[in-house]
Design a protein around this ligand. Structure first.
Ligand SMILES: NC(=O)N[C@@H](O)C(=O)O
Ligand code: NI
Length: 168
């Protein structure tokens, strides 16, 4: 069994998987006659030609920890972002796009903890665990893709892999 080390979420560390949506330490420019900072283009909404960008809310309950990571999923036709609406931390487990096949090298799987003021935007095809809220009934603004085709592939690890996430 391998317990994944939970890393702090930073723009640099998360770059292979997508964007970190945050204002802390980011560039901005003033708008609205100087009353508003615009933290511009923190993430890219990625869509295929037939896709439509949509805005959703996910209300998620916590999962049971220690959490076995039995599967990851990916959205090949578009990005998917999770922005906490209630300002609570949450967890992420991700793996890189890889060679595009329906396979994940367990050694590439990483876990992160998002602060209360961070969101993420998974790029198209990036493997990730379904939302891992740390409070029951937590809500996330989710910008992702609607359109034709199956935009959710799932990969289940072999039972011998046994990746786990534990809370501190
Ligand atoms: N299935 C679905 O819309 N949710 C997942 O994509 C997820 O990442 O939580
Ligand atoms: Ni997803």
């Amino acid at each position: 069994m391998k317990t994944l080390k939970i890393e702090p979420l930073t723009k640099e560390a998360f770059a292979p998987f997508g964007d970190v949506i945050e204002s802390e330490g980011r560039d901005y420019f003033m708008i609205n006659n100087g009353s508003t900072r615009r933290y511009h283009k923190l993430g890219d909404v990625q869509l295929d030609e037939q896709g439509q960008g949509i805005i959703n809310i996910f209300r998620a309950d916590t999962l049971e920890y220690p959490l076995p990571i039995k599967m990851l999923e990916r959205h090949p036709f578009g990005s998917q972002s999770f922005i906490p609406l209630f300002g609570h931390e949450f967890l992420l487990v991700v793996a890189p796009v890889g060679d595009g096949s329906l396979n994940i090298d367990p050694s590439t799987v990483r876990a992160f903890r998002a602060s209360a003021r961070q969101g993420v935007n998974y790029h198209s095809g990036v493997w990730h665990h379904p939302i891992m809220a740390l409070r029951d009934g937590d809500e996330f603004l989710v910008v992702d893709r609607s359109g034709p085709g199956n935009n959710c592939d799932e990969f289940y690890f072999d039972e011998s892999v046994q990746l786990t996430v534990e809370l501190d």
